[in-house]
Design a binder for this molecule. Structure first.
Ligand SMILES: C[S@@+](CC[C@H](N)C(=O)[O-])C[C@H]1O[C@@H](n2cnc3c(N)ncnc32)[C@H](O)[C@@H]1O
Length: 209
């Protein structure tokens, strides 16, 4: 699957309406089998969890499972994060985005296919509520560092992102009561998860991490 292939460049992601009663809205971008989203929705019935994925067969499968197991606080949708995420949520409607082990694109020549890029950060900043968060994790240090470089750039700072662990610092612990399939296999192999958490500044507030 090449997210820059012609089929995936056509914007067609659909709007997901968030129930007004939801306490928080948590969104997993590139959810694959959505183990993380299913677990989070089960642990937090008061919240609304959304799993978005570019592979349409997985979106269908996840929808079927959510219906079969009666998860009413869980929704799934198609997205190409780098093409049509802007269509999915209203401005200032999401509390946290999770980008977990996103990129199979290790080579420098595949840099353009990476999920965390300046355009994606602009959309995420628009859709996050003030004080909302972007949580990114990877098992590949170079890719984690590339994502961090985007988030530490002056452009991202101007959007309001700041690192909860301090500039250029990784966060050790998973902030959620849920883990993704890839996180489980990474930890089972005794490998390190490179994790970062960036909060969106509340306008007017002086914030120190
Ligand atoms: C390595 S898997 C990780 C899945 C899951 N988050 C986990 O941690 O187990 C990366 C997922 O991101 C999806 N993906 C890659 N690029 C994407 C894009 N531009 N938009 C949406 N999903 C994307 C892939 O299809 C794949 O399912």
């Amino acid at each position: 699957m090449n997210p820059l292939g012609a089929h995936y460049l056509v914007a067609r992601a659909e709007r997901i309406d968030v129930p007004a009663a939801a306490e928080r809205v948590e969104v997993e971008l590139g959810c694959a089998d959505a183990k993380f989203s299913f677990e989070l929705a089960a642990r937090r019935p008061q919240d609304f969890v959304v799993g978005l994925e570019i592979r349409e067969a997985l979106v269908e499968r996840n929808r079927e499972w959510a219906q079969r197991y009666g998860h009413t606080n869980l929704a799934f949708g198609y997205v190409n994060v780098n093409v049509d995420l802007a269509r999915v949520f209203a401005p200032a409607s999401v509390d946290r985005f999770h980008v977990l082990f996103p990129d199979p694109w290790f080579k420098a020549r595949h840099r353009k296919r990476r999920v965390v890029d300046p355009a994606m950060l602009e959309v995420v900043a628009t859709q996050l509520r003030p004080g909302g968060e972007l949580h990114v994790a990877s098992d590949v240090f170079e890719l984690a560092l590339a994502a961090m470089a985007e988030l530490e750039a002056p452009e991202a700072e101007a959007l309001g992102f700041y690192n909860l662990a301090g500039e250029w610092a990784f966060t050790r612990d998973n902030p959620c009561e849920a883990s993704s399939r890839r996180e489980d296999t990474t930890l089972a192999r005794g490998l390190r998860v490179w994790r970062m958490r960036y909060q969106l500044r509340t306008p007017g507030a002086k914030q120190t991490p």
